[in-house]
Design a protein around this ligand. Sequence first.
Ligand SMILES: Cc1cc2nc3c(=O)[nH]c(=O)nc-3n(C[C@H](O)[C@H](O)[C@H](O)COP(=O)(O)OP(=O)(O)OC[C@H]3O[C@@H](n4cnc5c(N)ncnc54)[C@H](O)[C@@H]3O)c2cc1C
Length: 386
Amino acid sequence: MDLRFTAEEEAFRQDVRAFIRDNLDPVTHRKMVEGRIPDREEIVAWQRTLNSRGWATPSWPKSHGGPGFTPVERYIFLDELHQAPAPEPVSFNVSMLGPVVIQYGTPAQQERFLAPTANLDIWWAQGFSEPGAGSDLAALRTSARREGDHYVVSGHKIWQGMAHHADWMFTLVRTDPQAPKKQMGISFLLIDLRLPGVTIRPIITLDERHEVNEVFLDEVRVPVDCLIGEENKGWDVTKFLLSNERTGIARIGMTKHLIRRIKRLAKGDKSVLAKTAALEAELKILEITQLRILDGQRRSTAADPRSSILKLKGVELRQAASELLLSVAGPSALEVQHDDAPLSLDDAGEWIGSVMPNYGILRAASIFGGSSEVQKGILAKTQLGL
Ligand SMILES: Cc1cc2nc3c(=O)[nH]c(=O)nc-3n(C[C@H](O)[C@H](O)[C@H](O)COP(=O)(O)OP(=O)(O)OC[C@H]3O[C@@H](n4cnc5c(N)ncnc54)[C@H](O)[C@@H]3O)c2cc1C
């Protein structure tokens, strides 16, 4: 196995870097550097810019409107977005719902949803977790009973990221409460959030951000043509979606970005540089692991349980880098002052007021997308045979 990038892959990296430099709106860039969430309009504009270049849906095949990237090109593309930093294409649309519709949707559903999903004409929310059904997702209780051409849906979802921006939500509902196993009675349903009976309530987190929400569903009438896959077979669709979610989650480029900033602030301090070098060594090992998994994907599209290593270790390293950056920045990290003046790509490393918000937001990364404990459980079972 050759883990070096080819000349073509290196040229592709330069193309992506130049495209970001020439097309990313400076205000959006500044917000990314500061750990602020860009506005809905800014995220939509960037996704459409990527889409006009054919790059908004990195994991989609050409046959369904994607760029047909190889796994390595996909990795390089995301690595450049993370290092810039620039917003990723909205993951609910591009990494979660899109591949599901491609794999399990009917031709009519593909025709209806894929193009607007790529262009962010429809913004999707992920309606999986419920109070009492997070890590143990199959314990979910939101119910859907069939009445003619509709499902009537009632329940309470929680932690829906960006649902206040969303038009639709892909969700899991219980269609057979009598099924012998809890995984067997679940269906995968698409819900238009403008339907009567839907209420979205914000959750403001400790850092005063509005990112997550609760979604209440009260006798919402959802047309049956919004069912993806077969009724009661939604768990298969879910496993497919979650394994896609975890493959892209190492976000090595973001850690590289943090390490660059530590080095600039360290100003030659030997003890900081020694800690940075240790982080860089671990990051290199993770990058090699990522490339090995990508190499495997050239031969097989089956879900790879080793992607749990990427989630687990990727988050640990990002959190460790943000912690080191915080200690190097010292009390000035608390001097958070935001304005929307454009920031050049070269200024990014000096912006100290972003250190604290970035540190705060990364605390949640070991929970969403499957908690660190859950990833360790998967690895113990699948890799260590325990
Ligand atoms: C910022 C953020 C954004 C999110 N966005 C979304 C979203 O868009 N859509 C969505 O549906 N959900 C979303 N979530 C929810 C997320 O998926 C859940 O929080 C996560 O699955 C954990 O579930 P829980 O909160 O119910 O905690 P629990 O499952 O109750 O876990 C509590 C603790 O117990 C541990 N634990 C649980 N089971 C095991 C086990 N088997 N072995 C060892 N330890 C275990 C966990 O690691 C954790 O420390 C988001 C969460 C956050 C924080």
